[in-house]
Design a protein around this ligand. Structure first.
Ligand SMILES: CC(C)(COP(=O)(O)OP(=O)(O)OC[C@H]1O[C@@H](n2cnc3c(N)ncnc32)[C@H](O)[C@@H]1OP(=O)(O)O)[C@@H](O)C(=O)NCCC(=O)NCCS
Length: 487
């Protein structure tokens, strides 16, 4: 991804010190302490084996239809197979009209409450909302004032990591990829926990609260380690502050001077609220269900969900959107020319442009059709921030692509339920305006979604109770084993 500038301002001089902050000299340029991989290239043998692997993995897609296999656990119209029951979140993209279901404006429901009402509620009371949302998702009820304070105090008291852990598990082996670093940290947290394998609800809840409170530390410290190791920046480690919320702590720990404005904290908090939960069927929450159903420990389940969220078709899409816009700006000269923008989008769909995946990132969703409610809220803040930051033209460009992309997709793909901008379409742009480095876009998603994962893990343990094990139809023909000689 390349080394960014330190967000907001240059890192302070090496060796300087502010309260609660430790800034050490950058290590020398000697990178030899990292093990060198010797087997990174694709050799001729690997190339040959990869062809074998491809040939033996491929089969006729018509077989999915022949055996009525729901590819991607979805039917031909994209509708998901019902694989479980949940009370945590609901994602609505259609409504019943007469005898059929028709596309409808999207709704996201947390424990029965429309997320739009939740957001309106805490904003009207001038509060941040992520902690309240977390309580609601985990316990099924809105907290009263005392409960909310108690919950916040608990998270603050858990927001600590042993010095040795930070040193060895996070700073000791930095990664270019912060999601990868976080997954490693989560697996390492198993070692710190005397009751790591205890799957009783009280213990899993304790582990969940530890993870929810510590995730912002795991993300930011891994990023600081990355900056120091790969970008030659000074190492900046701020301790979290007990009086700050999750969003505020994230900004405080990220920025060398720890400063942020109330609007920045509010927008980040809002983004965390909107990413916290998305039903049981989204890839990473379903992963939490699948892995938890085997009876394994909390750290293994959450590390698996992190791996899922990293994918560019899931949480990794927000960075892809930003990169796609960078590419679009290089290829489209007139940002107001709809036809030129459409030509670019069609080239993306035709795998001629950008990452050649054929995907327009930030567009489409397995459930939402007409609109994604999270996008509607984020778009409003994107426009407001863009106005304040003198980026109105960039916002206009986003708005144009938001209109043109669904039309381009409909021209080149079979779309049953409609395609519209998803949450990732504006989240990257918003994070850019908050001076959050790209490396942290998907980790920020994780800082929020870990709440949903934990709620779904708890629900799986309480109400699931059966190992998730779907069937696969074998389409291979039988044959005889042949002795080595004569093959
Ligand atoms: C999220 C996503 C995987 C959902 O795909 P899906 O469940 O197949 O969605 P639909 O059923 O509405 O798709 C209908 C068709 O349009 C295509 N399509 C949907 N969104 C598309 C996009 N953004 N770019 C290109 N094609 C897209 C699908 O591939 C499908 O065509 P296919 O049957 O030939 O594969 C898909 O929209 C996508 O990859 N989007 C880009 C990545 C992204 O932004 N992810 C974040 C999701 S929050």
């Amino acid at each position: 991804m390349g080394c960014p500038g330190v967000p907001h301002e240059s890192a302070p001089d090496a060796g300087s010190r502010v309260e609660g902050t430790f800034i050490v000299n950058p290590v020398s340029d000697d990178r030899t302490r990292r093990p060198k991989a010797e087997t990174e290239t694709v050799t001729e043998t690997l190339d040959r084996w990869s062809r074998l692997s491809q040939e033996s993995s491929r089969f006729d897609p018509a077989l999915y239809v022949e055996y009525d296999v729901k590819r991607g656990l979805r039917d031909l119209t994209g509708k998901g197979v019902v694989a479980g029951l949940t009370q945590i979140g609901d994602v609505v993209g259609s409504r019943v009209e007469g005898d059929s279901r028709v596309p409808a404006p999207g709704q996201l429901i947390y424990r029965g409450i429309d997320v739009v009402d939740l957001v309106d509620g805490f904003l009207a009371e001038g509060r941040l909302g992520f902690e309240e949302t977390s309580y609601l998702l985990l316990f099924g009820e809105l907290p009263d004032g005392d409960e909310l304070r108690l919950f916040g105090d608990n998270l603050a008291s858990y927001r600590k990591l042993p010095r040795q852990f930070v040193h060895d598990a996070i700073l000791g082996m930095p990664s270019h990829d912060i999601m990868n670093a976080m997954a490693r940290s989560v697996l390492s947290m198993y070692l710190l926990d005397k009751h790591a394998d205890d799957t009783s609800i009280a213990n899993v809840l304790r582990q969940s609260l530890h993870l929810i409170s510590k995730f912002s530390m795991l993300a930011v410290y891994a990023y600081q380690a990355y900056l120091e190791e790969f970008c030659g920046k000074s190492l900046v480690i701020h301790r979290p502050a007990a009086e700050l919320s999750t969003a505020e702590n994230f900004l405080h720990m990220l920025r060398p001077n720890s400063k942020f404005t109330p609007l920045e904290a509010q927008v980040l908090d809002l983004s965390l609220v909107l990413h916290a939960e998305h039903g049981g069927g989204n890839n990473s929450s379903f992963t939490a269900h699948v892995v938890s159903s085997s009876g394994t420990d909390t750290y293994s389940a959450i590390a698996a969900s992190l791996g899922s969220l990293k994918g560019p078709k899931h949480g990794g899409a927000n960075i892809k959107v930003v990169h796609m816009f960078d590419d679009l700006k290089l290829n489209v000269r007139d940002w107001e020319d709809d036809e030129e923008i459409e030509r670019y989008l069609l080239r993306v769909l035709d795998r001629q442009e950008f990452d050649r995946s054929g995907l327009i990132y930030g567009m489409g969703h397995p459930v939402y059709s007409v609109s994604d409610p999270r996008t509607v809220i984020l778009r409003h803040y994107a426009e407001r921030l863009a106005g304040e930051k003198g980026l109105a033209k960039e916002y206009q460009l986003h708005a144009k692509v938001e209109t043109l992309a669904p039309q381009a997709i409909a021209k080149t793909r079979t779309v049953y339920k409609g395609v519209s901008a998803n949450v990732d379409f504006y989240s990257g742009f918003v994070y850019q305006m908050l001076d959050i480095p790209q490396e942290l876009y998907t980790p920020l998603f994780a800082v929020s979604r870990v709440v949903g994962w934990c709620a779904h893990r708890l629900e799986e343990i309480v109400s699931g109770g059966k190992i998730i094990r779907p069937a696969y139809k074998s389409v291979a023909s039988r044959r005889e084993y042949s002795p080595l000689e004569g093959r």
